[in-house]
Design a binder for this molecule. Structure first.
Ligand SMILES: [Zn+2]
Ligand SMILES: [Zn+2]
Length: 256
C-alpha cells in the first residue's frame, strides 16, 4: 500500500554538516547536495538529486537505482541522505506515513496500516483528561479510549450502535469510542471508576481535548500510556443529550 499522495516530500535543500567529525565524500555530499525525498510507502523512497536525476531507493533492502550503487555496490549518497532524513524526522521511516492531526495542523508519523482519525500527542486522549462534548458543550472526564469503532459498539438501552445514536449522526461511524463521565467524579489516572458512576460512550471525534495544564492533576508525567494498551470499556451506556430530543432510531442498518 502506498500513500504518496498523503505524504509530502521533504523540501529540496541541503543539510548542515556536523562540526564535530570528518565525513567521507559520500556522507558529505549526502548532506550538502540539495535533494528532495518523497516517501512512497513499503520502505520505498523517491529521491531527486541536485542534477534533476530521480532515483528509487528501497531502505529495507538498502538498494538504490543510481549508478554508484548499481555498478559499484556502494552505500550511495541517496541511501545515506534518506537515512539522515529519517533520523532527523524529516520523512517517515519505512512502514510509516505522514498524517495530520484531526484537531490541529500538526504532522505526525503513523503505521501505514493504522486507521484514522489521527491525533498528535497534545490531542491524544488519556484517562483523566478533560474533554468538551461538541454537541452540548458539556465538559466530561475521560475514563477509557477503546479501539472498538462507534458502529460496532451497541448502546443496549437505545437499541442501536453508538454511531446510529441520534446525536452522533454528524460523526464518522468508524472512529473509536471513548468512555467518559460527567464531572465532579474524580477519575484516577489508573482508570479506576467507582461502580456507581455512569459511563457514557461517544464517538472519538465528538470530543475535543481541553488542556487544563494549570491544574496539578493534569500535569502528572511519566505515567502516561497509549490507549492501545488499555482494555476496552465494558460500559454500554448512551451519550446524554440535553438539548435534543431522543430519537430512538430503528433502521435495519444498525449493526450489532
Ligand atoms: Zn543512489
Ligand atoms: Zn493536534
Amino acid at each position: 500500500m502506498t500513500h504518496s499522495l498523503n505524504t509530502p516530500a521533504s523540501p529540496k535543500a541541503s543539510l548542515s554538516l556536523p562540526a564535530d567529525r570528518r565525513l567521507d565524500d559520500r556522507s558529505r555530499r549526502a548532506r550538502i547536495e540539495p535533494m528532495a525525498v518523497l516517501p512512497l510507502g513499503d520502505s520505498l523512497y523517491e529521491i531527486e538529486s541536485g542534477a534533476e536525476h530521480t532515483y528509487l531507493v528501497d531502505m529495507d533492502a538498502a538498494r538504490c537505482t543510481c549508478p554508484d550503487h548499481v555498478f559499484r555496490d556502494a552505500r550511495c549518497k541517496h541511501i545515506r541522505r534518506i537515512a539522515i532524513e529519517i533520523t532527523e524526522g524529516r520523512v517517515p521511516p519505512p512502514g510509516q506515513r505522514t498524517v495530520v492531526c484531526h484537531d490541529c495542523e500538526a504532522s505526525i508519523f503513523v503505521d501505514e496500516d493504522e486507521p484514522g482519525p489521527f491525533y498528535c500527542e497534545d490531542h491524544t486522549l488519556y484517562p483523566g483528561d478533560t474533554v468538551l462534548d461538541r454537541e452540548t458543550n458539556d465538559r466530561l472526564t475521560v475514563v477509557d479510549v477503546s479501539e472498538r469503532r462507534a458502529d460496532s459498539v451497541r448502546i443496549q438501552s437505545a437499541g442501536c450502535s453508538v454511531a446510529d445514536y441520534g446525536t452522533n449522526e454528524n460523526y464518522d461511524p468508524d472512529v473509536p469510542v471513548v468512555g467518559a463521565v460527567y464531572p465532579h467524579a474524580r477519575v484516577a489516572r489508573n482508570g479506576v471508576v467507582p461502580d456507581s458512576l455512569k459511563v457514557y460512550v461517544f464517538p472519538r471525534t465528538r470530543l475535543q481535548k481541553v488542556s487544563v495544564s494549570s491544574s496539578a492533576s493534569e500535569t502528572i508525567s511519566g505515567s502516561r500510556y497509549r490507549y492501545r494498551n488499555r482494555s476496552e470499556t465494558e460500559s454500554e451506556s448512551q451519550p446524554r443529550s440535553r438539548s435534543r430530543s431522543r430519537t430512538e432510531r430503528t433502521e435495519p442498518s444498525a449493526q450489532s
